[in-house]
Design a protein around this ligand. Structure first.
Ligand SMILES: [Zn+2]
Length: 316
């Protein structure tokens, strides 16, 4: 069996591609912007380029790898190898990604929901190693999860389980990218955080977030960086982030009674700023019995979890 495998993590903002060995060690890595607004054709050609780029970094040929695993935003059809219509990838509808990539590379191609891939990375090689009842949550453009029950990734009948970002938190809340209203990710994702910032600014609140963003579109990162400078409005937004996260996590804790929850994704870069509010909310809202054996940690593989997990699919 080949000792190397290639993984692509296709996100709403970036494409991360890496080559790992069967212990999860990274040997080559590239990252490029997704530029999702340009549509599927251009994004796929960037994905192809990222494959050639990582291979050439360590002078590896396609027949020296076990295959290519791709973590993609759901919903997906694993049997057909298609990406259906992810809210974070505008213009994508029933794109046969597996066959497109197979035509290019002529090697084993496997696609998996992006959160499941990252969860698999954390389960096999990261924070969740050896934990049988484990939930991995990723908070970035959206919110996703991979849920392990008794040592197995819970996939659901159509392999789209774990879409925790779309559980309803508020009956009449804001409209989510999935068209439902009041979803968890409409409150606690990076997209939501930047939306709350914009709404505040439009209502006349004075904040350093505007200086941080200059003429760019306001992002969650601008909010964090203003919060680190002590900006009151940004601090309130980050505190609310901890609250919203805590509410959703308490729901999951009550349903699944996990032993460990690892949280990854871009928003964990302000982990220290929302951690205590998140934990306080979790303690207030979870059943005490379900908190007894629970540990909550920051994910270990950081931004590489998705690509490492995707690559590990080709070994399975
Ligand atoms: Zn939703």
């Amino acid at each position: 069996m080949e000792n190397f495998s290639l993984g692509i993590d296709l996100g709403g903002t970036k494409i991360a591609t890496c080559i790992i060995d069967n212990n999860g060690n990274i040997f080559a890595r590239v990252e490029m912007p997704t530029l999702a607004k340009e549509g599927p054709e251009k994004v796929i050609s960037r994905m192809k380029k990222s494959v050639y780029d990582v291979l050439s970094q360590i002078n590896l040929s396609l027949n020296e790898i076990a295959g290519i695993g791709i973590g993609v935003p759901g919903p997906i059809d694993v049997e057909k190898g298609t990406i259906q219509n992810p809210p974070n990838l505008p213009g994508w509808k029933d794109i046969p990604l597996c066959s497109i990539m197979f035509r290019e590379f002529n090697t084993k191609i496997i696609i998996e929901n992006d959160a499941n891939s990252a969860a698999l990375g954390e389960f096999l090689f990261g924070a969740g190693k050896g934990v049988k009842n484990f939930i991995y949550i990723t908070i970035s453009t959206g919110i996703g999860a991979g849920i392990f029950i008794d040592g197995k990734l819970f996939k659901g009948i159509g392999r789209n389980a774990g879409e925790v970002g779309h559980m309803t938190i508020n009956f009449e809340g804001p409209i989510c990218g999935c068209t439902n209203s009041g979803c968890w990710e409409a409150y606690a994702s990076g997209t939501a955080l930047s939306r709350f910032a914009k709404e505040g600014i439009l209502s006349g609140i004075k904040t350093k977030i505007i200086e941080k963003a200059r003429n760019e579109e306001i992002t969650a990162e601008h909010v964090f960086s203003a919060a680190r400078k002590g900006d009151n409005f940004a601090l309130t937004l980050v505190e609310n982030e901890g609250y919203y996260l805590g509410v959703g996590l308490a729901n999951l804790i009550n349903i699944f009674n996990p032993g460990l929850i690892a949280i990854g994704g871009g928003l964990t870069q302000c982990w220290d700023m929302f951690y205590s509010k998140m934990m306080k909310t979790i303690k207030e809202r979870s059943l005490p019995a379900n908190l007894k054996h629970l540990e909550i940690v920051k994910a270990k593989l950081d931004k590489d979890a998705g690509a490492i997990g995707a690559a590990s699919l080709a070994f399975l």
